[in-house]
Structures are given as structure tokens and as C-alpha cells.
Design a protein around this ligand. Structure first.
Ligand code: DC
Length: 216
């Protein structure tokens, strides 16, 4: 089966997708990491994030993809391991900007389709069920209130970032607005997605609700 999990930033998609993939013996694919990788590459090359021509020529010969090392999935840009470098607040905001550019989405569509060929995978992102894999076997849309999402993100990065919880919430609101109002592949639940509101649910409860829908 191919399973998709979409939803806004901080809803808990990553944690839940990882656990779900592990329980099912499936591959977990974090598509947001690919957008972050492109953002990091563009920032590194000094490309204006809204310059479609610049982005296009950059992605033409961009070698980005996942490798597995000692059971751990790593994101590689050429032969550089960028797994940790893509998690800064600057790359996070830049990823939201480049993800609105059609050239970037087109480039990553091919990569994502290739990763989906083998099925037996849990794909996490924003448009997995709507655009990338409209024929997925089971689709989920995971949501939660903005304040809960901000608190979770803050707890996750406490000590590694200068942002306080209000800054995190402001970033999340901005990203929600950008991700859901962009012209291409905006964030929304697919018509046939199972919507789960995780505001008052534990990780285990979300995973259990998903498993019930996958293995009835
Ligand atoms: O899930 P994330 O925070 O790592 O995603 C980073 C950015 O990439 C986010 O602003 C939305 C965008 N994204 C997207 O547009 N489509 C996806 N399938 C995954 C992420």
C-alpha cells in the first residue's frame, strides 16, 4: 500500500509517520526535507528565492536524495550530508518560499514519483494525497490547533533556537497562510482523506486511529 499523510506544520505528522511506517514495515518519506534541501541549496548559491529562472537552472543539475546509513535515513546534496543543516529557522522559512515556485514543485514531483514506485511507503507532506499520489491507498490529513502546534515545535527546538513560543507561533501562522494560499498545490485535505484532529490526542492515539483505517 501507499499511505499519505498531509497537514500543516507542527501537527505531528513526522512523529506519527515514522511510527506508522515502522509498525507496518514500510519506508517513511519526508517530502518536506526535499523542499528544505532545495532551499538550502538556493541560499548557499545566493539565488533569489523568487527567481524562477535562477531556481530552474539550479535544479537542472541538482543531485538531491535520500540514502540509508546504518538504518538511518540521511538527506544528501551531492556528497554532502545535509540532514541537520535543513532544520534551521532560516531554511524553514526559505523552504516555504521555494515550495510556492512551480519549477521547484515540478522538479520534486519526479523525484517523489520515483520514490513511490515500490509502494509500501508512508509519504508525509502537504500535497501527497491531492497532487503527488491522488491514487494513494489510504490518505490522512492531520490537523491540530495553532497554539498546540506552536508549543510542540517550541518544545522540540528549546535550547537550539533563539525563538520564543510567540515567535514560533508567528512563523507557523505565516507558513500556514503561505502554504494554503499558494497557487500551486496549496495545503488542503484531499476529498477522500481521513481527517484527524490531533489537538487533544496523544501520538499513540493518532497512530491507533490510523492503523484502524489501514488494517480494518
Ligand atoms: O514539513 P516541513 O515543515 O519540513 O516542510 C517544509 C516546507 O515545504 C513547508 O513550508 C511546506 C513545504 N512542503 C510542500 O510544499 N509540499 C510538501 N509535500 C512538503 C513540504
Amino acid at each position: 500500500m501507499l499511505i499519505t499523510i498531509d497537514g500543516p506544520a507542527g501537527a505531528g505528522k513526522t512523529t506519527v509517520s515514522r511510527i506508522l511506517a515502522q509498525r507496518l514495515g514500510y519506508r517513511y518519506v519526508d517530502t518536506g526535507a526535499l523542499y528544505r534541501g532545495i532551499a538550502l541549496a538556493a541560499l548557499g548559491a545566493g539565488i533569489d528565492l523568487a527567481d524562477d529562472d535562477g531556481l530552474k537552472s539550479m535544479v537542472t543539475d541538482l543531485d538531491i536524495g535520500f540514502t540509508i546509513q546504518d538504518g538511518d535515513t540521511r538527506l544528501m546534496l551531492g556528497n554532502h550530508d545535509i540532514t541537520e543543516k535543513i532544520r534551521t529557522p532560516q531554511v524553514t522559512m526559505a523552504a516555504s518560499t521555494v515550495s510556492a515556485r512551480p519549477v521547484v514543485r515540478e522538479f520534486l514531483l519526479k523525484i517523489q514519483h520515483n520514490l513511490g514506485h515500490a509502494k509500501k511507503a508512508v509519504f508525509e507532506g502537504r500535497d501527497m494525497g491531492t497532487v503527488v499520489f491522488p491514487g494513494a491507498d489510504v490518505k490522512f490529513y492531520l490537523d491540530a490547533s495553532v497554539s498546540i502546534r506552536a508549543k510542540r515545535r517550541f518544545d522540540e527546538f528549546k535550547g537550539h533556537s533563539a525563538q520564543d513560543v510567540q515567535d514560533v507561533e508567528a512563523d507557523i501562522r505565516r507558513r500556514d497562510a503561505d502554504d494554503s494560499t499558494r497557487a500551486v498545490a496549496p495545503l488542503r485535505a484531499a476529498g477522500d482523506a481521513i481527517v484527524i484532529d490531533a489537538t487533544n490526542l496523544s501520538v499513540e492515539q493518532v497512530v491507533a486511529a490510523m492503523l484502524k483505517n489501514i488494517l480494518p
